[in-house]
Ligand binder design. Structure first.
Ligand code: PEP
Ligand code: MN
Length: 339
């Protein structure tokens, strides 16, 4: 249940409502809004009786929440969440583009790619230092050395860094270096990792599990918000289907559905959806047309020598074309009334 307070409700009135919620054995979660405060009721086992609160001074409405996810839902928070990373806003009018290699391989590689993608208009740099690989014999990432290289990339270019935290063991290290912490597709239901992400002050980029329903994905995001971190960016990266013409199937319909269900920003990773370079630009154009808040794209200066995901990595020149095309589609949408 969501209790909506009057515009001029006083702090004392809000505190008494919170106290009454807690007397019932529930948890109260105040949600400051632009005009008024709402108070979410969490951890109730059954339906909550709204009449317990409706007569209290300052309470305007008691809205039952019909979805299993609460804090991430539009029912709890109708206005869109905007996540600020330095000067960059995710979820607002600017469509963000995150780009970089799958894995950080060396300082020269990372800096070369970073400068190239920045020149084409990337807002943030991505690169894995801890890589989730299907085979234990594949390149696992440079670990701490990779993180140090990412810090160097930020110092040199000023671009914020997105990198994955694979497990609890290295979470603190990643958190220290990253501007945005990625939780990968294989970790989407690693609940202890989600709780740890929820205790972080850094924004989390939560990828959709490769066979996760939207409800399961939003419930995973709920874990992070329930622990106190409201800064979650959702990332659709393709789901596993029967096809073999691409690595995964990009679920474009996830964008309007998620935007309807949740106030959290949603971006698209066309690279892991496609698995092959020739599909990345068309899928990126489509992602913008369905009004995703941004893109995350793999780019490599020498993809044929890449230690992971070379086949899907764009050449820097292709990335420049992608940026031009998607910015033009986006500007057209804005001019014609995208919300
Ligand atoms: C990645 O972004 O490099 C990655 C491993 O992605 P995913 O978790 O979507 O497979
Ligand atoms: Mn990859």
């Amino acid at each position: 249940m969501l209790l909506v307070m009057n515009k001029h409700a006083t702090d004392e009135q809000i505190d008494s409502v919170i106290a009454r919620i807690e007397e019932q054995g529930y948890t109260a979660r105040p949600i400051p809004g632009g005009e008024r405060v709402s108070i979410g009721i969490l951890y109730n086992k059954g339906p909550v009786d709204g009449s317990l609160f409706l007569g209290m001074p300052g309470v305007k409405e008691a809205i039952p929440v019909t979805r299993p996810y609460k804090l991430v839902s539009r029912e709890f928070k109708p206005e869109a969440t905007i996540i600020r990373i330095g000067d960059i806003e995710v979820g607002s009018k600017h469509m963000i583009i995150i780009a970089g290699p799958c894995a950080v391989e060396s300082e020269t590689q990372a800096l070369t790619i970073a400068k190239q993608v920045q020149k084409s208009g990337a807002d943030m740099f991505r690169g894995g230092a801890f890589k989730p690989r299907t085979s234990p014999y594949s390149f696992q990432g440079l670990g701490k050395e990779g993180l140090d290289i990412l810090v160097k990339v930020r110092e040199t270019t000023g671009m914020p860094i997105v990198t994955e935290a694979l497990d609890l063991e290295n979470f603190d290290l990643v958190e220290e270096c990253a501007d945005v912490i990625q939780i990968g597709t294989r970790s989407m239901q690693n609940f202890s990792l989600l709780r740890r992400a929820g205790a972080s002050k850094k924004p989390i980029l939560l990828k959709r599990g490769m066979a996760a329903t939207i409800e399961e994905w939003l419930m995973a995001a709920e874990y992070i918000l329930a622990e106190g971190n409201p800064q979650v960016i959702l990332c659709e990266r393709g789901v596993r289907t029967f096809v073999n013409h691409s690595r995964n199937t990009l679920d474009l319909s996830a964008v309007p559905v998620v935007k309807n269900e949740s106030h959290l920003p949603i971006i698209i990773d066309p690279s892991h959806a496609a698995g092959r370079r020739d599909q990345v630009i068309p899928l990126s154009r489509a992602a913008v047309a369905v009004e995703a808040h941004g893109l995350m794209v793999e780019v490599h200066n020498e993809p044929e020598k890449a230690l992971s995901d070379g086949a899907q990595s764009l050449y820097p020149e292709q990335f420049a074309v992608l940026c031009k095309q998607v910015r033009s589609i986006y500007n057209d949408l804005l001019a014609n009334g995208q919300d």
